[in-house]
Ligand binder design. Structure first.
Ligand code: ZN
Length: 504
């Protein structure tokens, strides 16, 4: 097939160019959030807008459309990575070409004005300042969903951007047992009377010492500093500039050891995924994780299943005590472990423990779905929010600042994004248990700090594939099972039942 070869080579060159433009933006974005002086903001905005316009122009070029059509009609092996590259490029091409230019511009303008309104509303703790902007944003998101196309539910078209192939109906079925059983577990923990002491985490931990310790742990987990770096920012993130340069950021809070430490473990999880992608996929549409949910499964796996396990700290705790002798020398391992797993229903998602986290996500998923589908009026959002917090978590936000104004997502048009946090939790346990079945006594390995076999298994079954498979297909290939809430719920009952002395 000489023609196909030629078309594929041209496609690869175009895809590499698009990749490079995207990575230039990523590097500028990383810099903006770490080292850029405040005076750079305006100019940086222009440069990033220019790069993004160039990217859009090349992505939607008629030639790209011709190449995709030609390759789709060619004899490319349906199971090959080459065919998967075409599939991924098609997704991006369709999304970009189906949206009229007017809508793209309106969405950009609205994101900017709604975000500003959200900031003002937070400053004044007054939801009414944000409400009209949210209403207008939802209208644009409905238009976007209709332009992209869907089988009857607009939410599916928005969700597809973050979690390809997953639908609102699937999420509703998957999440239903989480709502009841995580709320029950949370209530049982509250009623147990057990209140772990966490004061040792709130002593004075100088930032430089936290950084030294966190960097050492990141390296021990397998994060490659030859192909990455760890810097400080306000909202921690991981960003790939290419397979050889995957950076992470964190923040250190002087009187909160857990904050910086677990955020590093979380971002390391994201970065290990990107660092583990097959080098043969470099500069192709497969050179990134398969979905936000799968990405989150990797961050949560290292943060929680490893990083909050007793086995891991049996090995690592003496080192932590040696790094912070004045704060931790007199604190036994079991007390430290109970403290980093303390369960406390809170108002704020980003501070949530494992037992309540998905409940925070469910509130947002249910409300954004109702808002988008017209079952909830934006004016009634604060009331609906507070009602669900009372019902699911047993707490009532005293203000909208601690209620429906706490997340930035909706103000910048991220609708369909929240569920990926919960999907990540579910998948993290399915993957961890599959690794355990393959590797034998994983706890014994964690106890002696032997983390390479676990990383090796994840590399082999998840990381190296990049976006070659759709997320649910990848999960099934790796675990032999479909996406399922049961393993996660059983894990929570086991772990927190033991910590809080609950009847099995
Ligand atoms: Zn994450």
């Amino acid at each position: 097939m000489p023609d196909t070869r030629e078309a594929f080579d041209e496609f690869r060159r175009e895809a590499a160019l698009l990749h490079d433009l995207g990575k230039a933006s990523a590097l500028l974005g990383w810099d903006q959030d770490t080292y850029m002086p405040p005076g750079g903001a305006e100019g940086r905005g222009h440069v990033m807008a220019t790069l993004s316009a160039l990217h859009h122009e090349r992505l939607t070029s008629p030639r790209m459309g011709e190449l995709l059509a030609e390759l789709e009609g060619s004899g490319l092996d349906p199971a090959s990575p080459e065919r998967a590259m075409v599939r991924e490029a098609r997704r991006a091409f369709d999304r970009a070409t189906k949206l009229p230019r007017r809508l793209v511009e309106e969405l950009a303008r609205r994101s900017s004005s709604a975000r500003q309104a959200w900031v003002r509303a937070r400053e004044a703790d007054d939801y009414a300042l944000f409400e009209p902007e949210l209403k207008a944003m939802l209208e644009l998101k409905r238009e976007e969903a209709d332009a992209v196309g869907h089988g009857g539910r607009r939410y599916d078209a928005l969700l597809d951007q973050y979690e390809p192939g997953t639908t609102a109906a699937e999420l509703e079925a998957l999440f239903a047992p989480l709502r009841t059983r995580q709320a029950e577990l949370l209530a049982a923990i509250g009623a147990s009377g057990v209140r772990p002491d966490a004061t040792m985490l709130a002593l004075d931990y100088p930032e430089a010492e936290q950084h030294a310790y966190a960097s050492a742990v990141a390296a021990r987990l397998g994060y490659d500093f030859e192909r990455g770096r760890l810097d400080e920012t306000i909202h921690p993130f991981a960003e790939s500039m290419g397979l050889g340069d995957v950076r992470i950021t964190t923040r250190y809070v002087r009187d909160d050891l857990a904050n910086g430490l677990f955020s590093v473990l979380h971002e390391v999880g994201h970065a290990l995924y990107e660092q583990g992608i097959d080098p043969a996929f470099a500069r192709t549409p497969l050179a990134h994780g398969a979905s936000l949910g799968l990405h989150e499964s990797q961050s949560r796996l290292w943060e929680n299943l490893v990083g909050r396990s007793l086995a891991f700290w049996e090995g690592a705790y003496p080192g932590l005590q040696a790094a912070f002798p004045a704060q931790l020398a007199g604190v036994p391992l079991e007390r430290f472990h109970a403290a980093v797993n303390r369960v406390e229903p809170s108002l704020v998602r980003t501070e949530a423990d494992e037992v309540s986290y998905n409940l925070h996500v469910l509130v947002r998923f249910e409300l954004e779905l109702a808002l988008l589908e017209g079952d909830l009026d934006t004016r009634d959002l604060p009331g609906a929010w507070n009602e669900r917090y009372r019902e699911y978590l047993g707490v009532t936000p005293p203000s909208d600042l601690l209620g429906c104004l706490q997340d930035i997502h909706w103000s910048v048009g991220l609708i369909g994004y929240f569920p990926t946090y919960a999907l990540g939790n579910l998948m993290s346990v399915q993957l961890y248990e599959a690794a355990q079945a393959a590797l034998g006594d994983l706890d014994a390995q964690l106890r002696v700090g032997e983390l390479a076999p676990l990383l090796g298994w994840l590399r082999e079954h998840v990381h190296r594939h990049g976006s070659r498979y759709q997320p649910q297909e990848l999960l099934e290939r790796a675990t032999g099972a479909r996406l399922d809430a049961e393993p996660y719920l059983a894990y929570l009952s086991r772990k927190f039942g033991a910590l809080y002395g609950l009847e099995p």
